[in-house]
Design a protein around this ligand. Structure first.
Ligand SMILES: C[S@@+](CC[C@H](N)C(=O)[O-])C[C@H]1O[C@@H](n2cnc3c(N)ncnc32)[C@H](O)[C@@H]1O
Length: 272
């Protein structure tokens, strides 16, 4: 099969502009090779070789399906269970304290949930630390329909299970017999706690009802510019209840943009 040609600068900028408009992701000059590789993969699937022709196809498609496929191809979905474990430890302590004070309703928004490892880790944490988790709910959202579908299925290969403590593996997952490679299925009791939906973080306001206790928005704001970030942070602020928490990725520098929030510890913020 013929391979996609080379992505020239002009077409790269067109893609970069379109992607920024559609999902707020900023692609600097250094990302040319990445766009060439990832968009090229999508073009191969469509049997196309010319980047400009593909760009026009995306623009022409009124259904929005090809834009979704393009964003799926561009976005980085790397995640794993209990990634940056400090946040889960802290969440466990917090919900325990809140429950001890009489709180019975708990709402967490996982704002870039990728393939589901993060929201299921949140569900495990709530279940483990609350004596009554019946009204503990997680809203898990992402822009990518592909990762949302995978997340909903809740089936993970064995190599993705390494960061799940053994006791949780036994308690919250079922090993699928006869599957090759070996797979684990999330227990329906955890799935019941999580609602998945598509939300584009670059286009607030969001179809969400507050007040929220905690927002996890980790390892996605690094792809946004300050304009998109600060608008997003304002929306998180409005949706959180007073004394609600925001957790961001450890590598994300938001200094100067979190004026309304108070810093609690690195990558953890509270709404005063
Ligand atoms: C690197 S993953 C992070 C997953 C998880 N939060 C974690 O920290 O492990 C980034 C996710 O952000 C999603 N994403 C990118 N742009 C987005 C946008 N504008 N709105 C919502 N999600 C977006 C991607 O589809 C991807 O699943």
């Amino acid at each position: 099969m013929t391979e996609p040609g080379t992505l020239d600068k002009k077409t790269f900028h067109k893609f970069a502009q379109l992607i920024y408009e559609k999902c707020g992701i900023t692609l600097g000059e250094k990302k040319e090779a990445l766009v060439q590789a990832r968009v090229g993969k999508r073009m191969r699937a469509l049997g196309l070789t010319d980047f400009e022709a593909y760009f026009q196809q995306v623009e022409k498609d009124d259904s929005g399906e090809e834009v979704t496929a393009l964003l799926d191809a561009i976005s980085t979905n790397v995640t794993h269970f209990f990634r940056e474990p400090r946040h889960f430890e802290l969440l466990g302590q917090l919900v325990k304290e809140w429950e001890a004070k009489g709180q019975t309703r708990f709402r967490v928004w996982c704002a870039a949930s990728s393939t589901g490892e993060e929201p299921y880790s949140l569900a495990i944490t709530l279940n483990e630390h609350l004596s009554d988790a019946r009204d503990a709910k997680i809203l898990a959202t992402d822009i990518s329909t592909r990762v949302l579908e995978k997340a909903r299925q809740g089936v993970y290969e064995e190599r993705h299970m390494e960061s799940v403590p053994r006791t949780y593996q036994t308690k919250y997952f079922r090993k699928e017999l006869h599957a090759e490679p070996v797979r684990y299925r999330v227990d329906p009791s955890l799935q019941k706690m999580v609602t998945f939906g598509r939300v584009n973080l670059s286009t607030p306001p969001f179809p969400l009802k507050g007040p929220l206790d905690v927002v996890f928005c980790r390892n996605v704001m690094i792809y946004f510019d300050n304009k998109v970030r600060s608008r997003l942070l304002d929306n998180f602020f409005s949706l959180l209840r007073p004394k609600g928490y925001l957790m961001v990725g450890h590598a994300e520098s938001l200094s100067g943009m979190l004026s309304q929030f108070k810093s609690v510890e690195p990558s953890v913020y509270i709404k005063p």
